[in-house]
Design a protein. Structure first.
Length: 253
């Protein structure tokens, strides 16, 4: 899909995988709207990305915030790409030291990771459906899951469940939106160098690297961005979850 003159929305685009996706999309010619929390580094990210980017502060769990980001994107060009990268990874066991997992903690993670993904996908798809088709396509929705959707570790009850939900919605969403010429693809990253992992002790980092078959290191954000770019460019990628993980398979702990 050609992105010159088109627009895109990236949630969680102020840092990490989201920023990498925004970098790739702007490099490919898109006008990119970065949606992230007001407390994020969104303004700095947009400044780094240049004149093709703008920051819209907001929360992916709020319908009006996502609608504002989609509207900002459509004002810059036909919306062709929506990438969901906003997420949280609050840990918690079913039964921890303080007792059973609080339901509100579970729902908080699911609301951001799964609800936020659906919120963007739904509103972006509605806007994409109104655009003119180009080479048989109108748009692409890229979701972010995790290998934890398949190999959730102890303490990842909420996170693994939320990411499994993202995997589960991919095919039915692609089937539904095919009539509007919109594709839906999910990326399931392994362990990447992101702000979430920046505080890990060196021993923990080395352990994660050792679990990766090849290359034996953590993933780099630009590799995630490269896959986003390829998904957009390749019209045969649809209804699929792609593991981007160097062959890692997580152990129970």
């Amino acid at each position: 899909m050609e992105l010159d003159g088109a627009s895109a929305v990236v949630t969680g685009g102020a840092s990490g995988l989201g920023l990498a996706a925004a970098r790739r999309l702007t490099a490919d010619g898109a006008q990119v709207v970065v949606l992230d929390l007001p407390t994020s580094q969104g303004e700095a990210a947009a400044a780094e990305l240049g004149s093709r980017a703008t920051f819209v502060p907001g929360d992916v769990t709020r319908t009006q915030d996502v609608a504002a980001a989609v509207e900002a994107a459509t004002s810059r060009g036909p919306l062709r790409v929506a990438v969901s990268c906003a997420g949280v990874a609050t840990p918690g066991k079913l039964v921890g030291r303080d007792g059973p997992l609080p339901l509100e903690q579970l729902l908080g993670v699911v609301t951001v990771n799964l609800g936020g993904t659906v919120n963007l996908a739904a509103q972006a798809a509605a806007a994409m459906a109104q655009t003119e088709e180009v080479d048989g396509e109108r748009g692409v929705i890229v979701n972010t899951a995790s290998v934890a959707a398949f190999e959730g570790q102890v303490g990842q009850i909420a996170y693994a469940a939320s990411k499994a939900g993202v995997v589960g919605l991919t095919l039915p969403a692609a089937r539904e939106l095919a009539a509007s010429l919109i594709r839906v693809v999910t990326i399931a990253p392994g362990v990447f160098e992101t702000p979430l992992l920046a505080g890990l002790p060196e021993a923990a980092r080395e352990s994660l690297e050792a679990k990766t078959l090849h290359p034996r290191r953590l993933g780099r954000a630009e590799e995630f961005g490269a896959l986003v770019g390829h998904i957009v460019a390749n019209p045969m990628l649809n209804g699929e979850t792609i593991r981007l993980d160097g062959g890692i398979r997580l152990e129970p702990r």
